[in-house]
Ligand binder design. Structure first.
Ligand SMILES: NC(=O)c1ccc[n+]([C@@H]2O[C@H](COP(=O)([O-])OP(=O)(O)OC[C@H]3O[C@@H](n4cnc5c(N)ncnc54)[C@H](O)[C@@H]3O)[C@@H](O)[C@H]2O)c1
Length: 372
Protein backbone atom coordinates (compact mmCIF):
# COMPACT_ATOMS: atom_id res chain seq x y z
CA UNK A 1 0.00 0.00 0.00
CA UNK A 2 1.25 3.42 -0.95
CA UNK A 3 0.69 6.78 0.75
CA UNK A 4 1.54 9.48 -1.73
CA UNK A 5 1.01 13.19 -2.21
CA UNK A 6 0.17 14.46 -5.67
CA UNK A 7 -0.16 18.12 -6.69
CA UNK A 8 -2.59 18.63 -9.54
CA UNK A 9 -2.14 21.70 -11.72
CA UNK A 10 -5.03 21.64 -14.23
CA UNK A 11 -4.19 24.97 -15.91
CA UNK A 12 -6.08 26.43 -18.84
CA UNK A 13 -8.37 25.50 -21.72
CA UNK A 14 -8.79 21.74 -21.98
CA UNK A 15 -6.25 21.24 -19.14
CA UNK A 16 -8.89 21.05 -16.37
CA UNK A 17 -11.13 18.83 -18.55
CA UNK A 18 -8.48 16.18 -19.18
CA UNK A 19 -6.88 16.28 -15.71
CA UNK A 20 -10.32 15.71 -14.15
CA UNK A 21 -10.46 12.39 -16.01
CA UNK A 22 -6.88 11.48 -15.07
CA UNK A 23 -7.70 12.22 -11.45
CA UNK A 24 -10.81 10.01 -11.58
CA UNK A 25 -8.61 7.20 -12.86
CA UNK A 26 -6.12 7.76 -10.01
CA UNK A 27 -9.05 7.65 -7.55
CA UNK A 28 -10.15 4.35 -9.06
CA UNK A 29 -6.58 3.01 -8.68
CA UNK A 30 -6.55 4.17 -5.06
CA UNK A 31 -9.80 2.37 -4.35
CA UNK A 32 -9.00 -0.82 -6.23
CA UNK A 33 -5.49 -1.35 -4.87
CA UNK A 34 -5.92 0.15 -1.37
CA UNK A 35 -3.59 3.15 -1.72
CA UNK A 36 -4.01 6.63 -0.25
CA UNK A 37 -3.30 9.56 -2.53
CA UNK A 38 -3.45 13.00 -0.94
CA UNK A 39 -4.24 15.45 -3.70
CA UNK A 40 -3.54 19.21 -3.65
CA UNK A 41 -5.19 21.12 -6.45
CA UNK A 42 -3.60 24.47 -7.37
CA UNK A 43 -3.84 27.12 -10.06
CA UNK A 44 -1.26 27.47 -12.83
CA UNK A 45 -0.86 29.38 -16.10
CA UNK A 46 -3.43 31.92 -17.21
CA UNK A 47 -5.76 30.67 -14.49
CA UNK A 48 -3.16 31.61 -11.85
CA UNK A 49 -2.29 34.91 -13.54
CA UNK A 50 -5.96 35.91 -13.46
CA UNK A 51 -6.49 34.88 -9.82
CA UNK A 52 -3.05 35.37 -8.25
CA UNK A 53 -1.12 37.68 -10.58
CA UNK A 54 1.66 35.18 -11.41
CA UNK A 55 1.86 32.06 -13.60
CA UNK A 56 2.75 29.96 -10.57
CA UNK A 57 2.77 31.30 -7.02
CA UNK A 58 5.52 30.58 -4.49
CA UNK A 59 2.93 28.79 -2.35
CA UNK A 60 1.97 26.48 -5.23
CA UNK A 61 5.64 25.89 -5.96
CA UNK A 62 6.29 24.91 -2.33
CA UNK A 63 3.32 22.53 -2.37
CA UNK A 64 4.73 20.91 -5.53
CA UNK A 65 8.14 20.64 -3.86
CA UNK A 66 6.62 18.76 -0.92
CA UNK A 67 4.80 16.28 -3.20
CA UNK A 68 5.81 12.96 -4.71
CA UNK A 69 4.63 13.99 -8.16
CA UNK A 70 2.93 16.74 -10.16
CA UNK A 71 0.04 16.02 -12.51
CA UNK A 72 -0.11 18.88 -15.00
CA UNK A 73 -2.86 19.69 -17.51
CA UNK A 74 -1.98 22.38 -20.01
CA UNK A 75 -1.41 26.10 -20.03
CA UNK A 76 -1.96 28.69 -22.70
CA UNK A 77 -3.09 32.16 -23.55
CA UNK A 78 -6.41 33.02 -25.03
CA UNK A 79 -6.13 33.84 -28.75
CA UNK A 80 -4.79 37.39 -29.05
CA UNK A 81 -3.90 37.53 -25.34
CA UNK A 82 -0.52 38.37 -23.80
CA UNK A 83 1.06 40.23 -26.64
CA UNK A 84 2.56 42.86 -24.32
CA UNK A 85 4.49 42.62 -21.07
CA UNK A 86 3.36 41.07 -17.79
CA UNK A 87 3.36 37.46 -16.71
CA UNK A 88 2.90 34.74 -19.34
CA UNK A 89 1.36 31.29 -18.72
CA UNK A 90 4.40 29.34 -19.96
CA UNK A 91 6.60 30.89 -17.26
CA UNK A 92 5.07 28.36 -14.88
CA UNK A 93 6.42 25.37 -16.81
CA UNK A 94 9.85 26.95 -17.28
CA UNK A 95 10.07 27.58 -13.53
CA UNK A 96 8.97 24.06 -12.63
CA UNK A 97 11.42 22.47 -15.07
CA UNK A 98 14.33 24.69 -14.09
CA UNK A 99 13.96 24.74 -10.32
CA UNK A 100 13.16 21.05 -9.99
CA UNK A 101 15.96 20.12 -12.40
CA UNK A 102 13.82 17.98 -14.69
CA UNK A 103 16.50 16.84 -17.13
CA UNK A 104 14.92 13.74 -18.65
CA UNK A 105 11.76 13.97 -20.69
CA UNK A 106 10.10 10.61 -21.32
CA UNK A 107 7.64 10.26 -24.12
CA UNK A 108 6.28 6.76 -24.76
CA UNK A 109 4.83 6.16 -28.22
CA UNK A 110 2.67 3.06 -28.27
CA UNK A 111 -0.01 3.21 -30.96
CA UNK A 112 -2.77 0.73 -29.94
CA UNK A 113 -3.46 -1.72 -32.74
CA UNK A 114 -7.08 -0.57 -33.03
CA UNK A 115 -5.81 2.93 -33.84
CA UNK A 116 -3.35 1.96 -36.56
CA UNK A 117 -5.85 3.14 -39.17
CA UNK A 118 -5.82 6.66 -37.63
CA UNK A 119 -2.09 7.12 -38.21
CA UNK A 120 -0.69 8.85 -41.27
CA UNK A 121 1.43 5.72 -41.82
CA UNK A 122 0.10 2.58 -43.46
CA UNK A 123 -1.04 0.19 -40.67
CA UNK A 124 1.47 -2.52 -41.66
CA UNK A 125 4.37 -0.19 -40.79
CA UNK A 126 3.05 0.25 -37.23
CA UNK A 127 2.85 -3.41 -36.32
CA UNK A 128 4.75 -3.97 -33.07
CA UNK A 129 5.64 -0.28 -32.60
CA UNK A 130 6.15 0.42 -28.88
CA UNK A 131 8.95 2.80 -28.05
CA UNK A 132 9.92 5.42 -25.53
CA UNK A 133 11.95 8.55 -26.08
CA UNK A 134 14.26 9.84 -23.38
CA UNK A 135 15.06 13.40 -24.39
CA UNK A 136 17.65 15.50 -22.55
CA UNK A 137 15.69 18.53 -21.38
CA UNK A 138 17.98 20.88 -19.52
CA UNK A 139 21.11 21.58 -21.61
CA UNK A 140 22.37 21.74 -25.19
CA UNK A 141 21.59 24.25 -27.91
CA UNK A 142 18.55 25.74 -26.15
CA UNK A 143 20.66 26.74 -23.15
CA UNK A 144 23.40 28.81 -24.80
CA UNK A 145 23.30 32.24 -23.19
CA UNK A 146 26.20 34.67 -23.37
CA UNK A 147 24.76 37.00 -20.78
CA UNK A 148 24.40 34.29 -18.14
CA UNK A 149 27.17 31.84 -18.97
CA UNK A 150 30.41 33.13 -20.52
CA UNK A 151 31.59 30.80 -23.26
CA UNK A 152 28.07 29.74 -24.24
CA UNK A 153 27.07 32.46 -26.68
CA UNK A 154 23.67 32.65 -28.31
CA UNK A 155 23.37 35.95 -30.11
CA UNK A 156 23.13 37.87 -33.35
CA UNK A 157 26.24 39.96 -34.04
CA UNK A 158 25.68 42.98 -36.26
CA UNK A 159 28.63 44.91 -37.61
CA UNK A 160 28.61 47.46 -40.45
CA UNK A 161 30.07 44.90 -42.86
CA UNK A 162 28.22 41.73 -41.94
CA UNK A 163 25.67 40.15 -39.66
CA UNK A 164 26.19 36.75 -38.11
CA UNK A 165 24.47 34.63 -35.49
CA UNK A 166 25.81 32.00 -33.13
CA UNK A 167 24.27 29.37 -30.85
CA UNK A 168 26.26 27.06 -28.62
CA UNK A 169 25.65 23.35 -28.20
CA UNK A 170 27.42 22.53 -24.96
CA UNK A 171 27.12 19.37 -22.89
CA UNK A 172 29.13 18.36 -19.87
CA UNK A 173 29.95 14.71 -19.38
CA UNK A 174 27.77 14.69 -16.25
CA UNK A 175 24.76 16.11 -18.13
CA UNK A 176 25.07 13.36 -20.73
CA UNK A 177 25.68 10.60 -18.21
CA UNK A 178 22.60 11.23 -16.08
CA UNK A 179 20.18 11.12 -19.02
CA UNK A 180 21.90 8.11 -20.60
CA UNK A 181 21.66 6.25 -17.27
CA UNK A 182 17.96 7.13 -17.09
CA UNK A 183 17.51 5.57 -20.55
CA UNK A 184 19.38 2.37 -19.64
CA UNK A 185 17.40 2.08 -16.40
CA UNK A 186 14.17 2.27 -18.39
CA UNK A 187 15.44 -0.28 -20.91
CA UNK A 188 16.05 -2.78 -18.10
CA UNK A 189 12.30 -2.86 -17.46
CA UNK A 190 11.41 -3.18 -21.14
CA UNK A 191 12.81 -5.30 -23.95
CA UNK A 192 16.30 -4.11 -23.09
CA UNK A 193 17.49 -2.17 -26.12
CA UNK A 194 18.77 1.41 -26.25
CA UNK A 195 19.29 3.41 -29.42
CA UNK A 196 21.46 6.43 -28.77
CA UNK A 197 20.90 9.11 -31.39
CA UNK A 198 23.57 11.68 -32.24
CA UNK A 199 25.47 13.34 -35.08
CA UNK A 200 28.91 12.01 -34.19
CA UNK A 201 30.19 12.30 -37.76
CA UNK A 202 30.00 16.10 -37.42
CA UNK A 203 29.55 17.33 -33.84
CA UNK A 204 32.07 17.21 -30.98
CA UNK A 205 29.23 17.10 -28.45
CA UNK A 206 28.02 13.92 -30.15
CA UNK A 207 31.49 12.34 -30.03
CA UNK A 208 31.51 12.90 -26.26
CA UNK A 209 27.92 11.63 -26.10
CA UNK A 210 29.05 8.33 -27.72
CA UNK A 211 31.97 7.97 -25.35
CA UNK A 212 29.65 8.36 -22.37
CA UNK A 213 27.13 5.87 -23.79
CA UNK A 214 29.92 3.31 -24.28
CA UNK A 215 31.04 3.73 -20.68
CA UNK A 216 27.54 3.66 -19.14
CA UNK A 217 26.57 0.63 -21.24
CA UNK A 218 29.28 -1.34 -19.44
CA UNK A 219 27.19 -1.13 -16.27
CA UNK A 220 24.15 -2.67 -18.02
CA UNK A 221 25.25 -6.01 -19.48
CA UNK A 222 21.62 -7.10 -19.99
CA UNK A 223 20.84 -4.11 -22.23
CA UNK A 224 21.85 -4.10 -25.88
CA UNK A 225 22.57 -0.75 -27.47
CA UNK A 226 23.36 0.89 -30.76
CA UNK A 227 24.38 4.32 -31.98
CA UNK A 228 22.40 5.92 -34.76
CA UNK A 229 22.85 9.19 -36.62
CA UNK A 230 19.90 11.52 -36.20
CA UNK A 231 19.15 11.71 -39.94
CA UNK A 232 19.01 7.92 -40.18
CA UNK A 233 16.79 7.80 -37.10
CA UNK A 234 14.33 10.32 -38.61
CA UNK A 235 13.99 8.01 -41.59
CA UNK A 236 13.75 4.73 -39.68
CA UNK A 237 11.15 6.08 -37.26
CA UNK A 238 8.58 6.17 -40.03
CA UNK A 239 9.98 3.23 -41.98
CA UNK A 240 10.40 0.60 -39.24
CA UNK A 241 9.23 2.08 -35.90
CA UNK A 242 9.00 -1.41 -34.37
CA UNK A 243 12.83 -1.65 -34.51
CA UNK A 244 13.08 0.78 -31.58
CA UNK A 245 12.67 0.26 -27.85
CA UNK A 246 14.30 3.13 -25.90
CA UNK A 247 15.71 6.09 -27.83
CA UNK A 248 17.95 8.50 -25.92
CA UNK A 249 19.05 11.76 -27.45
CA UNK A 250 20.01 15.36 -26.77
CA UNK A 251 17.61 18.26 -26.45
CA UNK A 252 17.24 19.58 -30.02
CA UNK A 253 17.23 16.18 -31.75
CA UNK A 254 14.71 14.94 -29.17
CA UNK A 255 12.46 17.94 -29.70
CA UNK A 256 12.18 17.24 -33.42
CA UNK A 257 12.12 13.42 -33.34
CA UNK A 258 9.43 13.23 -30.63
CA UNK A 259 7.07 15.41 -32.65
CA UNK A 260 7.70 13.21 -35.66
CA UNK A 261 7.03 10.09 -33.60
CA UNK A 262 3.84 11.51 -32.07
CA UNK A 263 2.19 11.20 -35.45
CA UNK A 264 2.45 7.40 -35.26
CA UNK A 265 -0.55 7.37 -32.91
CA UNK A 266 -2.85 9.52 -35.04
CA UNK A 267 -3.71 12.25 -32.47
CA UNK A 268 -1.79 14.61 -30.25
CA UNK A 269 -4.43 13.92 -27.58
CA UNK A 270 -3.12 10.36 -27.10
CA UNK A 271 0.41 11.07 -25.98
CA UNK A 272 1.63 11.28 -22.36
CA UNK A 273 4.94 12.55 -21.03
CA UNK A 274 7.02 12.53 -17.88
CA UNK A 275 9.76 14.95 -16.87
CA UNK A 276 12.12 13.56 -14.26
CA UNK A 277 14.95 14.95 -12.15
CA UNK A 278 17.16 13.40 -9.50
CA UNK A 279 15.11 13.74 -6.31
CA UNK A 280 14.05 10.37 -5.01
CA UNK A 281 10.60 9.72 -3.60
CA UNK A 282 9.53 6.79 -1.43
CA UNK A 283 8.61 4.82 -4.55
CA UNK A 284 10.73 6.27 -7.32
CA UNK A 285 11.68 9.67 -8.76
CA UNK A 286 9.95 13.03 -8.33
CA UNK A 287 8.46 14.09 -11.64
CA UNK A 288 6.00 16.18 -13.61
CA UNK A 289 3.46 14.36 -15.77
CA UNK A 290 1.46 15.96 -18.58
CA UNK A 291 -0.11 15.18 -21.92
CA UNK A 292 2.02 16.62 -24.71
CA UNK A 293 -0.76 18.84 -26.08
CA UNK A 294 -1.46 22.47 -25.16
CA UNK A 295 -4.60 24.20 -23.88
CA UNK A 296 -6.42 23.72 -27.22
CA UNK A 297 -8.59 26.86 -26.96
CA UNK A 298 -10.37 25.89 -30.20
CA UNK A 299 -12.09 22.93 -28.49
CA UNK A 300 -12.07 23.97 -24.81
CA UNK A 301 -15.38 23.72 -22.95
CA UNK A 302 -16.97 21.56 -25.65
CA UNK A 303 -16.34 18.04 -24.28
CA UNK A 304 -14.22 17.36 -27.36
CA UNK A 305 -10.79 16.91 -25.79
CA UNK A 306 -9.27 13.43 -25.79
CA UNK A 307 -8.32 12.71 -22.15
CA UNK A 308 -6.23 9.60 -22.90
CA UNK A 309 -2.90 11.47 -23.05
CA UNK A 310 -3.61 12.84 -19.56
CA UNK A 311 -4.76 9.43 -18.29
CA UNK A 312 -1.64 7.76 -19.71
CA UNK A 313 0.41 10.50 -18.01
CA UNK A 314 -1.19 9.43 -14.72
CA UNK A 315 -0.03 5.87 -15.52
CA UNK A 316 3.53 7.17 -15.93
CA UNK A 317 3.18 8.96 -12.58
CA UNK A 318 2.21 5.68 -10.92
CA UNK A 319 5.17 3.93 -12.51
CA UNK A 320 8.00 6.45 -12.14
CA UNK A 321 7.18 8.51 -9.02
CA UNK A 322 5.19 6.04 -6.93
CA UNK A 323 6.81 2.78 -8.05
CA UNK A 324 3.40 1.21 -8.76
CA UNK A 325 4.18 -0.75 -11.92
CA UNK A 326 1.22 -3.14 -11.64
CA UNK A 327 -1.21 -0.23 -11.32
CA UNK A 328 0.43 1.70 -14.18
CA UNK A 329 0.14 -1.33 -16.44
CA UNK A 330 -3.51 -1.77 -15.42
CA UNK A 331 -4.31 1.82 -16.45
CA UNK A 332 -2.56 1.34 -19.80
CA UNK A 333 -4.47 -1.90 -20.34
CA UNK A 334 -7.76 -0.12 -19.53
CA UNK A 335 -6.96 2.52 -22.17
CA UNK A 336 -6.22 -0.23 -24.70
CA UNK A 337 -9.53 -1.87 -23.81
CA UNK A 338 -11.67 1.23 -24.41
CA UNK A 339 -9.91 1.84 -27.72
CA UNK A 340 -10.35 -1.80 -28.73
CA UNK A 341 -14.04 -1.53 -27.76
CA UNK A 342 -14.39 1.23 -30.35
CA UNK A 343 -14.78 4.29 -28.12
CA UNK A 344 -13.36 7.38 -29.83
CA UNK A 345 -13.25 11.07 -29.00
CA UNK A 346 -13.78 13.49 -31.89
CA UNK A 347 -10.08 13.67 -32.84
CA UNK A 348 -10.03 9.94 -33.68
CA UNK A 349 -13.60 9.18 -34.70
CA UNK A 350 -14.36 8.12 -38.26
CA UNK A 351 -16.61 10.44 -40.31
CA UNK A 352 -20.34 9.68 -39.86
CA UNK A 353 -19.96 8.16 -36.40
CA UNK A 354 -20.80 9.90 -33.12
CA UNK A 355 -17.78 10.47 -30.91
CA UNK A 356 -17.81 10.14 -27.12
CA UNK A 357 -17.19 13.22 -24.98
CA UNK A 358 -14.20 13.86 -22.70
CA UNK A 359 -15.92 12.82 -19.46
CA UNK A 360 -17.57 9.79 -21.06
CA UNK A 361 -14.21 8.57 -22.32
CA UNK A 362 -12.84 8.97 -18.78
CA UNK A 363 -15.75 6.92 -17.40
CA UNK A 364 -15.06 4.13 -19.89
CA UNK A 365 -11.44 3.93 -18.72
CA UNK A 366 -12.48 3.84 -15.04
CA UNK A 367 -14.99 1.09 -15.84
CA UNK A 368 -12.38 -0.95 -17.75
CA UNK A 369 -9.99 -0.54 -14.82
CA UNK A 370 -12.56 -1.68 -12.26
CA UNK A 371 -13.76 -4.63 -14.34
CA UNK A 372 -10.91 -5.77 -16.58
N1 LIG B 1 2.72 22.06 -22.13
C1 LIG B 1 1.76 22.94 -22.40
O1 LIG B 1 0.99 23.31 -21.53
C2 LIG B 1 1.63 23.46 -23.80
C3 LIG B 1 2.10 22.74 -24.89
C4 LIG B 1 1.87 23.23 -26.18
C5 LIG B 1 1.18 24.43 -26.35
N2 LIG B 1 0.76 25.12 -25.26
C6 LIG B 1 -0.05 26.36 -25.38
O2 LIG B 1 -1.38 25.97 -25.72
C7 LIG B 1 -2.00 27.01 -26.50
C8 LIG B 1 -2.57 26.41 -27.77
O3 LIG B 1 -1.48 25.93 -28.56
P1 LIG B 1 -1.64 25.11 -29.92
O4 LIG B 1 -3.01 25.33 -30.47
O5 LIG B 1 -0.45 25.39 -30.76
O6 LIG B 1 -1.46 23.57 -29.47
P2 LIG B 1 -2.53 22.58 -28.83
O7 LIG B 1 -1.79 21.34 -28.51
O8 LIG B 1 -3.25 23.24 -27.73
O9 LIG B 1 -3.57 22.29 -30.01
C9 LIG B 1 -3.12 21.86 -31.30
C10 LIG B 1 -4.30 21.14 -32.02
O10 LIG B 1 -4.50 19.87 -31.39
C11 LIG B 1 -5.83 19.78 -30.89
N3 LIG B 1 -5.77 19.15 -29.57
C12 LIG B 1 -4.94 19.47 -28.56
N4 LIG B 1 -5.18 18.71 -27.49
C13 LIG B 1 -6.18 17.87 -27.84
C14 LIG B 1 -6.88 16.83 -27.16
N5 LIG B 1 -6.59 16.49 -25.90
N6 LIG B 1 -7.86 16.19 -27.83
C15 LIG B 1 -8.15 16.51 -29.09
N7 LIG B 1 -7.53 17.46 -29.79
C16 LIG B 1 -6.56 18.14 -29.17
C17 LIG B 1 -6.34 21.21 -30.78
O11 LIG B 1 -7.75 21.25 -30.88
C18 LIG B 1 -5.61 21.89 -31.91
O12 LIG B 1 -6.32 21.70 -33.11
C19 LIG B 1 -0.91 28.05 -26.74
O13 LIG B 1 -1.08 29.13 -25.82
C20 LIG B 1 0.39 27.30 -26.47
O14 LIG B 1 1.41 28.17 -26.03
C21 LIG B 1 0.94 24.66 -23.99
Amino acid sequence: MSNATITVLPGDGVGPEVTAQALDVLRAVEEKYGHTFTVHRRRVGLDAITAEGVAISDRTFDICAASDAILFGAIGSLPGGHTGGGPRPEQALFRLRKEFGFFANLRPVRPPEALHGASSLKPEYLKGADLVFVRELSAGLYYGRLETVPGKPSEIRRTPGATEAVDTLLYTEAEIERVVRAAFDIAVGRTGKVTSVDKANVLSSSVLWREVVERVAGDYPAVTYEHMLVDACAMRLIRTPADFDVIVTENLFGDILTDEASMLTGSIGMLPSASLGTRRTAGGTFGLYEPIHGSAPDIAGQEKANPLGAILSAALLLRHSLGLEREAAAVEKAVDTVIADGHRTADLEEPGRTPVGTAEMGRHVVEALRHP
